[in-house]
Design a protein around this ligand. Sequence first.
Ligand SMILES: C[S@@+](CC[C@H](N)C(=O)[O-])C[C@H]1O[C@@H](n2cnc3c(N)ncnc32)[C@H](O)[C@@H]1O
Length: 209
Amino acid sequence: MQRVDICGRNSQMRGNRWDDHYARRARKEHRLARSVYKLEEMDRKFRLIRPALRVLDLGCYPGSWSQYALMRVGPKGYVLGVDQMRPDRLEAPNFAFFQADILHWDPSQLTDRWGPVDVVLSDLAPKTTGNRSTDAARSMQLCRKALEVATSALRKGGDFLCKIFEGEESVAFRQEAGLLFRRTRLFKPAAVRKGSREIYLIGWGKRSA
Ligand SMILES: C[S@@+](CC[C@H](N)C(=O)[O-])C[C@H]1O[C@@H](n2cnc3c(N)ncnc32)[C@H](O)[C@@H]1O
């Protein structure tokens, strides 16, 4: 039996509080996590991931976003994933994985070898402590790092999608992202759990190389 935890990962038990419609659907459709339905909805709406693109997926474990992106970019594109945990159920010739703590990761390791990417996705989420302000601060630290990575690894005109948690800091973060992208918007996909403050920021058209 399988279970889906806060990152949407399938593990080994049913009938727990994370086992909802999307988790059951993910098992049935052989997706690596329920969070894929958030990306799928945003991609259908905003057309972010297209054939032959180069996609960087930050916080990629267990791999459902990378799995989806691989399907969308096809054999002429590629997907690069970064996480502390290796997505061991994901293998593809056009998928490369960097195991790292993103907060200490230098994206030039990636751009030196692969060149700039067309899309940066970030579904990074810290381990929660239960303390609202600590969790919000850790999450914002990951968001700022994702924006920093986008600043250096994304090509001019490239797009950005980043999980954030609604709060005071999220307004400031959108303003920071607005300096780098021509247009930004916030969007909450249907698969976000009820009561969660999780929301996604989309940035279109990076202004400079
Ligand atoms: C919500 S899960 C991502 C789920 C993924 N998008 C999917 O659909 O399979 C968040 C991920 O962020 C990663 N993460 C959190 N902090 C990190 C850090 N400092 N460095 C690297 N990865 C981190 C976690 O290991 C976790 O796998």
